[in-house]
Design a protein around this ligand. Structure first.
Ligand code: MN
Length: 236
């Protein structure tokens, strides 16, 4: 049920996308990294420039390269969006799961951050949904931060819209995410905010102090993008 709901909504999006591409005469291509929407230095001091550069040009890039390398094993991947791949990722091998998850997660991560003071604030509709689900914005931040801090080893914390259109907080290990049709993904949904708590995301500035990284990261959340993702997820 959950799987078909996600895949149905993503198929509709893909048909619209394909129609546009066909009209433009462009062949469907490989997976690509979106350009970073700001300079490597833009999130300092919360996230240092070297961390951003290494993270984007090496960690994220290697995921995209690794995913594209799987097209020879699964030619249909070349005609799929990353969301489509992940909502039926149980059909594919570990390399697709790991690299596909990693690619999707980082695409979200870059976009839900903005230089401090430029990220806006939660919209009225999102703030109301957060109050309803968690009691208050402060409580949501506490729960999300605890999910991020409590993720043992490497992984991600998420704020998601569940298939029944409610907000939930969850975390996933390694490069998994709530879109994946895997039994071990406890909370499924469409991510609207995600935080990378792999050490490569913070070690140069914060070393082992993940809690400090999480605390400062809230200053660079791009609420404008979270608001947009919330509204999109509610329409799906
Ligand atoms: Mn990362």
């Amino acid at each position: 049920m959950t799987k078909s709901w996600f895949c149905l909504s993503h198929n509709v999006a893909r048909i619209a996308l394909l129609a546009g591409l066909t009209a433009a005469g462009t062949a469907w291509a490989q997976f690509t990294q979106s350009p970073l929407p700001y300079a490597y230095t833009a999130l300092e001091p919360q996230i240092d420039a070297m961390t951003m550069e290494l993270h984007y040009t090496r960690h994220h890039k290697s995921a995209v390269d690794g995913l594209n390398a799987q097209i020879k094993n699964y030619p249909e991947l070349a005609n799929m969006t990353i969301e489509q791949v992940l909502c039926q990722v149980s059909k594919y091998n570990t390399a697709v799961r790991n690299n596909g998850g990693n690619h999707y997660n980082h695409e979200i991560f870059w976009k839900v951050m903005a230089p401090a003071g430029q990220g806006g604030k939660p919209s009225e509709v999102l703030a109301a949904a957060i109050d309803k689900a968690f009691g208050s914005m402060e409580e949501m931040r506490k729960l999300f931060s605890a999910a991020a801090a409590g993720r043992f080893g490497s992984g991600w914390a998420w704020l998601v819209v569940t298939p029944d259109k409610k907000l939930a907080i969850t975390s996933t290990p390694n490069q998994d995410n709530p879109l994946m049709d895997l039994p071990e993904i406890a909370v499924k949904g469409t991510p609207i905010l995600g935080l990378d708590v792999w050490e490569h995301a913070y070690y140069l500035s914060y070393q082992n102090r993940r809690g400090d990284y999480i605390k400062h990261w809230w200053d660079v959340v791009n609420w404008n993008e979270v608001n947009r993702r919330y509204e999109e997820a509610m329409r799906q």
